[in-house]
Every structure is written in C-alpha cells, then in structure tokens.
Design a protein around this ligand. Structure first.
Ligand code: CS2
Ligand code: MG
Length: 414
C-alpha cells in the first residue's frame, strides 16, 4: 500500500496547529498532529523539506520500520521539532492501518482495559474566589479531577491563570500563546515571577479549595518548571496535607537527578515530561522511580509507536501515564492519546483542556467526554477528520509563549 500524497496543513482556528495528512494509493487517509506551540513553522519546514519527499512511494503498512527510518536515518535525532514530525507520520500511519482493519485504533493496541479515561480540567483564578468559581464551573462540566492554578498576590499575570474575558472565549479558557497586534512583530510577552511569593501563597490556595470541596476531589497542580529542587521539595512537603493527585514539573525536567532531592523530602506524587521528546529523557526518572506519572504527549514524543514503548517501560517501574492534553495538542493528538489511554494497563489520568468551538469547526472529532471520562469512540481509525476548506479560512498567525523574568530582570523558566 503506497503513500501517494503527504500534505502539511497549517491552520489557526483559535490557535495554530500543524497537521500531516497521508493518502494511500487506495485513497485511505491518515492524520497526524505535528503542533509545537510557538515553533509551528519549524515543524512544517522539517516535514515538507526533509520527511515528505522520503514518504512518497513508501509502504504505509510498515509503521515500525518507517519510525526507525525517520529516527535513525535522520542522524541528528531527538529534539522537539524532529520528534513532532516523526510523531505526525507515525500517528497518520496508525490511523490508516486501523481504518483498513475497520477498527478503532485502540483495538490494534490490545483492546480496552477500562470503560473510559479519567480526565482532568484546568481551574484557575486570579484570586481564591475566582478560582473557587472556576472549580465549580469545571465540576458542572462533568470533570472529576481538577488542576488548580492561582494568581499570586504581588505578581501580575502568571502561568496557568486565565484572564477574565480573554478573546471572548469561555471565561476559563486559557491560551498562553499570544498573537502579535495586527501586523506587529510577534514578540513573546514578558511576565514577572517571584518564587518566594508563590511558595508562601500556594498552600493557602489548597487549604481554601479543600475547605470548599472536601478531601476526595483529585487535585493537581503544575509548578511549570519554575522552582529549584529544594524549593520544589519544600512545596511538595507543604502540600502533603492536601493530598494532591500530583505536583507537575516541580523543577526543570532535564535535571533528572534533581528529583532524588525532592523525593527525599516529600510523598506528594510527581509528574514530569511534557517537554521531553524521547524515552531517553526519562531513563533515570523511571529506573529510580523518581516520578509517579509520565507527562509526555503522543505529539511531542515520536508518536504512538514511541509512546507505547515509553509507557510499557514506565509500567515495569509502577509508573503510570498522565498524558499532556492542553489546547496546543490538536484534536488529532488528543485522539491518539485516548486510544492509548483506553488500551494500556498503567493508565493514570488524561489532561483535557477542551478545544474551542472554532477549533472543532476544522477538526471533526468522534471522541466523547461523559461523567468525567473520555472515550476515543469506536469509529475506525483515530476518529478525527480535518475539514480542509474550513482549515483554509484560518491562516497561520505568529504567536509565542510568554517568557518569565525575575523582578531584577533575570531570565527565569516560564
Ligand atoms: C501546561 C501546558 O498543560 C500543561 O500542563 O504545562 O499548557 C504548557 O504550558 C503548554 O503546552 C505550552 O505550550
Ligand atoms: Mg504542564
């Protein structure tokens, strides 16, 4: 079954997405997500110039061999741009294979291991009253697990907190990648950070949330790479009374050994990996059981083939999945995650920020969210279609994630 067409579709219905669509000589199509927030054009170029020419005429049935060809054959392997491109090809090939088998993809991954995948949503507020309202809104939407992010007294806008009335979308929508003013150069917005204020404030936030919603509701928090290891150890310890489901990205993830220090001080479960793009980024974290959840997304880690191997290795060490699912993972990438979520043994939880209506006009999805659980549906393949005509109405718009500086101007992790 030869690949006869490979299209890289960049569209921006509410935010930028990069999608690869492969078509076989029999007319079967497959989709793959190649979205890399703020670096979309880099992945588009890698695909168009260095991958698509290699794919045309190749055998669409050879998923593993194609993955190895694109990974080992590139010589300059790994990295977010390369692995997002490889992920898109791999996911599209799995979509094609499942469609040809007339099955939902999860059936080719071993079938269902659960009725649905527990989702968590993003509650946030500039202050505690706003945050509590946001938690209520997410409970009303059916979420049974909720991430808690709050503004910090004395600081301006910070990661994870939706500003009321952002671009007319739902009040709780949070899209960190900002677009330049019309015609302007899209420079990243600079936010100001202060860890001491953050460390003083967050335990009180969880005290208020637990007081309002009780001890049972699974609560998550994203440290978003901003703490030193000892600061992360301190926060993990301070949050133990609030029994978090996880503390995410407590410290910059590439310093895997730093997690040994955090582990010595706290039993708060740890999740890391959304910025990783290969299993090799995890080897210390997994083998020494320094984390409890693997945060990678199919889109950023080389696709379904690579993600399955990573999660099977994690399972050996009792570590579960917690796949990344913000709005900058497209509905195609989300659907790919859901098929793995349903099939693997060591499923933990699935992030689900929910895409905007504008995005869903372009990406027609079959997956469902009901009673707090996500299900990929039994549609053959991934269960997502991309409306090319609708996509053409939303041209790419430059957008960058913010940067963080400390009060004295020192660059910091955002
Ligand atoms: C965040 C992401 O969802 C999360 O856990 O860390 O939203 C992250 O900020 C974005 O994916 C960056 O593009
Ligand atoms: Mg995160």
């Amino acid at each position: 079954m030869r690949i006869v067409s490979a299209e890289v579709i960049v569209t921006s219905p509410g935010r930028n997405f990069v999608t690869l669509r492969l078509t076989t000589e029999d007319g079967v199509t497959g989709l793959g997500d190649a979205t890399l927030n703020g670096r979309e054009l880099a992945v588009q170029s890698y695909l168009e110039n260095h991958v698509v020419p290699l794919l045309l005429g190749s055998d669409a049935t050879r998923i593993e061999d194609t993955w190895q060809y694109l990974y080992r054959g590139a010589y300059w392997r790994r990295g977010p741009v390369t692995m997002a491109a490889v992920a898109a090809v791999d996911t599209a090939l799995w979509d094609i294979k499942a469609k040809c088998a007339g099955m939902p993809l999860y059936q080719l991954l071993g079938g269902a291991s659960r009725t649905g995948a527990l989702a968590y949503g993003h509650a946030s507020g500039r202050d505690v009253p706003e945050l509590l309202d946001s938690v209520r809104a997410h409970l009303e939407q059916g979420y049974r697990a909720i991430r808690i992010q709050s503004g910090i007294p004395g600081l301006g806008p910070v990661y994870g907190v939706a500003a009321a009335g952002t671009d007319g979308a739902d009040r709780y929508d949070y899209e960190p990648a900002r677009r330049a003013a019309a015609g302007g150069i899209p420079l990243p917005v600079t936010e100001t950070w202060g860890t001491r204020a953050y460390l003083r404030h967050v335990p009180a936030v969880f005290e208020a949330v637990r007081a309002e919603f009780g001890p049972e509701l699974p609560l998550l928090h994203d440290g978003h790479h901003r703490m030193t290891p000892i600061q992360a150890a301190r926060l993990g310890k301070a949050l133990e009374p609030y029994d978090l489901f996880w503390l995410e990205d407590a410290t910059p993830a590439e310093d895997q050994a730093a997690l040994r220090l955090i582990r010595q001080h706290t039993t708060t479960p740890l999740a890391i990996g959304e910025v990783f793009n290969s299993v090799y980024d995890y080897t210390t974290l997994l083998s020494e059981r320094l984390i409890d959840y693997v945060r990678s997304a199919v889109t950023h880690t080389g696709g379904i083939t690579a993600m399955r191997k990573l999660l099977d290795l994690a399972d050996v060490f009792g570590i579960k999945s917690g796949m990344h699912g913000p709005t900058d993972i497209s509905p195609v990438g989300m659907a790919a995650a859901l098929h793995l979520d349903l099939a693997i043994h060591n499923f933990g939880i699935q992030e689900y920020m929910q895409h905007s209506d504008r995005t869903l006009e372009v990406f027609r999805t079959a997956f469902t969210f009901k009673d707090g659980l996500l299900h990929p549906s039994d549609t053959p393949g991934l269960g997502v279609d991309l409306d090319t005509e609708a996509a053409a109405h939303h041209p790419y718009e430059p957008a960058y994630l913010p940067v963080n500086r400390l009060a004295d101007g020192t660059m910091h992790d955002w």
